[in-house]
Design a protein around this ligand. Structure first.
Ligand code: 3HC
Ligand code: NAI
Length: 706
């Protein structure tokens, strides 16, 4: 046994019990060293005549986070987990799993292969493999339905959601209420087991209870998840694996599970979703600070502007138990903003997501003021007033005068220059961008925008605070639109340009929807309000002055009073109270007129062209952003796009998608449109230097580090 194996799995004999403990920090991932260690310790216990019962548990705070995901790409899986579990299941001495903490994926499967399982009531267990684009591949799809019944197993495996041990019927032989008594009660259980003659209860001997699987269960389940599973590969394979548990003996079911597992594992979606798992963790690894960097204490927050964003932002803090002071210039605006927040909470309460007491507790944390002096004592202020530089500067000048020393001054601007805002204060090191996404109380993403002078402790405090309010924070640099909004611009531009070239908006929307986004660019534009994009374009006229065709149809629609869903007409028409877009031939006519005025030739757009022009130009902008250092790594961009823009997680984010397609292909497509689309192509399709370089070197965005 290597030194590594001997430290990640340790064993000690306590009387007639061999106690095998996993200690592979941080999460007891079942890496090769753990598997080898388990085999060695189990075999030693089986060969030791003094040992009557084997107990498997953990030295860490959790039982196991499952298979080691970082090993999947290496292919170095021998001995594989099913082999370890076979050894356990067929052992001729009882093996007891004592789950002293959460058990996920292979960790739970390890317990299911044991002959007895013990845990405490509130412990969390689950089979989250579906979130990694795969399915439980170590017997979970076959053993769990045998223990808990088909319906509950199906739901756990397909949803990937954890459940409390106490809610998992039929799986545990002993559930202890008090976690502190787990080990002593486990010892008593084992003593009784020895006393009773060491009976071995193997899951493989359990006949599946087909009454828990009526014939319509699977078809109904498929229908029930159709919407949320749209585009995903592994949920259907999860269902097929559980179906196999119902129809096949365990041995054949395990074989079927292994085939389906490998089918998933080889899919681009598994690569994408596993990439995303690590991308999300990596977003928290930031080189701007380290362990020694201090963190400021944020006990209270001020929010300026109680509009759409201010209200949502305030809810995040109230939800986390942090008091908020909201500032508006007029009492009516303040009252309106607080009223909207109350209604939002009341809606949650009606849906049973919030108790009346919680609602009142949260509202009690929200205070209003119309005086800047009301912000003198807060630890953090987030400004969410109109998107105008002069208004922002007025606000920050006042904050500088009134806020206490050490308070963090943040702006929720979606586009403006944080450095310029910071420079109107005497303390630019305390100024940062905290860019929330709408609706701010729902969307998980937070772009943390560091200015040139923002201090390391302000960055660290902001990143940690994000976790407290249950956001996923990504650190970005300053540029127009930061990462997310800057990249969305070419995407929208191409959709609009194709409409001008004669593409039906519903065709463009369908292609993007089929790719996996929640909606296409025109439906999204109508929903957000076409006037918003119009005002952005107006404020950036010099940036697009060289292209008279830039969103010309959208501009005309706004001027014609078609601002989108809120007025019942935009690119589409809407019936009152209905969000379903209805195609309107007038828009095609407007596009035709505008194209004729500008001499833009009609063009036939294939699905492929629509996808490439929208998504590859977005990716190309991502390549600029990466090389400029606005995003530190390509995976950060992926996190922003999945959490901020609904980019399908089964594609891993735009940069992972490009890596999967191959950067040579993305580059070639950019060159193709540059050359095919005349002056327009030359203006907007020049491949980013980084894309060109990596494509020529046969590399991926993921390989790029500045
Ligand atoms: N494999 C490899 N690394 C893992 C891992 C795993 N299964 N689970 C977590 N890690 C790593 C994380 O990347 C992170 O690394 P970092 O410190 O470098 O960022 C570190 O462990 C700590 O992770 P968290 O910050 O997430 O720790 P928490 O304490 O917040 O959460 C957890 C612990 C609940 C276990 C959470 O990490 C988690 O959900 N992990 C994934 C669980 C999972 O999906 N298991 C299924 C694996 S696939 C499988 O088992 C296949 C089998 O069926 C054959
Ligand atoms: P909004 O118009 O809904 O709210 C702005 C609020 O600020 C209004 O209630 C207004 O009365 C108040 N206000 C204006 N000037 C003020 C001042 N000097 N002092 C105090 N209060 C003042 O606007 P919204 O949508 O909430 O946007 C606010 C900020 O958030 C903008 O910078 C915007 O770019 C940014 N943002 C908006 C997003 C969105 O989807 N709406 C998304 C992300 C950021």
């Amino acid at each position: 046994m290597s030194a590594e194996q001997s430290t990640v799995v340790v064993s000690q004999n306590q009387g007639e019990t061999a106690l095998i403990m996993m200690q592979n920090a941080p999460v007891n991932a079942l890496s090769k060293a753990v598997r080898v260690g388990l085999i060695a310790e189990i075999e030693a216990a089986l060969n030791n005549a003094n040992v009557k019962v084997i107990v498997i548990s953990s030295q860490l705070g959790l039982f196991s986070g499952g298979a080691d995901i970082s090993e999947f790409s290496s292919g170095n899986l021998q001995p594989n987990l099913p082999e370890v579990l076979d050894l356990i299941e067929n052992a001729n001495k009882p093996v007891v799993a004592v789950l002293n903490g959460p058990a996920f994926g292979g960790g739970l499967e390890l317990a299911l292969a044991c002959h007895y399982r013990i845990s405490f009531a509130d412990n969390k267990v689950g089979l989250p493999e579906v979130n990694l684009g795969i399915l439980p591949g170590a017997g979970g799809t076959q053993r769990l339905p045998r223990l808990t019944g088909v319906a509950q197993a199906l739901d756990m495996i397909v949803s990937g959601k954890p459940v409390k041990a106490a809610a998992l019927n039929g799986v545990f032989d002993l559930i202890v209420d008090d976690p502190a008594k787990l080990m002593s009660e486990s010892q008593a259980f084992v003593a009784q087991l020895i006393n009773d003659g060491c009976e071995i209860k193997r899951v493989k001997d359990i006949e599946i209870d087909t009454e828990t699987a009526p014939s319509e269960l699977f078809s109904q389940y498929r229908q029930g998840i159709a919407k949320q599973a749209r585009g995903f590969f592994s949920p259907e394979r999860c269902i097929q694996a559980v179906e196999a548990a119902v129809t096949l003996p365990l041995k054949d079911g395990l074989q079927k599970e292994a085939e389906l597992f490998m089918e998933c594992m080889r899919s681009p979606q598994a690569r994408a979703q596993q990439h995303f798992f690590f991308a999300e963790k990596a977003a928290g690894h930031v080189s701007d600070y380290d362990k020694s960097t201090p963190v400021r204490d944020i006990k209270s927050v001020g929010i300026i502007g109680a509009g759409t964003m201010g209200g949502g932002i305030a809810m995040n803090f109230a939800n986390a138990g942090i008091p908020v002071v909201m500032l508006e210039l007029k009492a009516e605006a303040l009252e309106k903003g607080l009223g909207v927040i109350r209604r939002n909470y009341e809606n949650s309460a009606k849906k049973g997501k919030l108790s009346q007491q919680d609602l009142e507790d949260r509202m009690a944390l929200l205070h209003g003021t119309t005086e800047y002096s009301g912000l003198a004592d807060v630890d953090l202020v987030i400004e969410a007033v109109f998107e105008k530089m002069d208004v922002k500067k007025q606000v920050f000048t006042q904050l500088d005068a009134i806020c206490k020393k050490g308070a963090i001054l943040a702006s929720n601007t979606s586009t403006l220059d944080i450095n310029e805002i910071a420079d109107c204060t005497s303390r630019p090191e305390d100024v940062i961008g905290l860019h929330f996404f709408s609706p701010a109380n729902v969307m998980k993403l937070l772009e943390v925008v560091k200015g040139e002078k923002t201090s390391a402790d302000v960055i660290k405090t902001s990143m940690q605070l994000a976790k407290k309010i249950r956001k996923v924070a990504v650190l970005v640099g300053v540029c127009f639109g930061f990462v997310g909004n800057r990249m969305i611009e070419p995407y929208g531009r191409e959709a609009n340009r194709m409409m001008l070239e004669g593409a039906d908006p519903e065709h463009v929307d369908r292609v993007i929807y089929d790719f996996g986004l929640p909606m296409g660019p025109f439906t999204m534009g109508d929903m957000a309000g076409l006037d918003i994009g119009y005002f952005v374009r107006q404020s950036r006229k010099e940036h697009i002055a060289h292209d008279p065709s830039y969103a010309v149809v959208a501009d005309r629609l706004v001027k014609d009073g078609r601002a989108g869903l809120k007025v019942g007409k935009g690119v589409y028409l809407y019936e009152a109270g209905n969000r379903k877009p209805i195609p309107d031939p007038t828009v095609a006519q407007i596009a035709k007129e505008e194209a004729e005025k500008l001499g833009v030739k009609p063009r036939k757009h294939s699905d492929e062209e629509i996808l490439e022009r929208c998504i590859f130009t977005l990716i190309n902008e991502g390549a600029h952003i990466l090389e400029e250092g606005i995003a530190a790594k390509s995976s950060d961009i992926d996190v922003i796009y999945v959490y901020g823009y609904g980019f399908p997680v089964f594609r891993g984010g735009p940069m992972q998608y490009a890596d999967e397609v191959g950067l040579d292909k993305v580059y070639a497509a950019m060159c193709k449109y540059r050359d095919e689309l005349g002056e327009y192509g030359k203006a907007w399709f020049e491949p980013a230097p980084l894309l060109k370089r990596l494509a020529e070197q046969g590399k991926r965005f993921a390989d790029f580090a500045k």
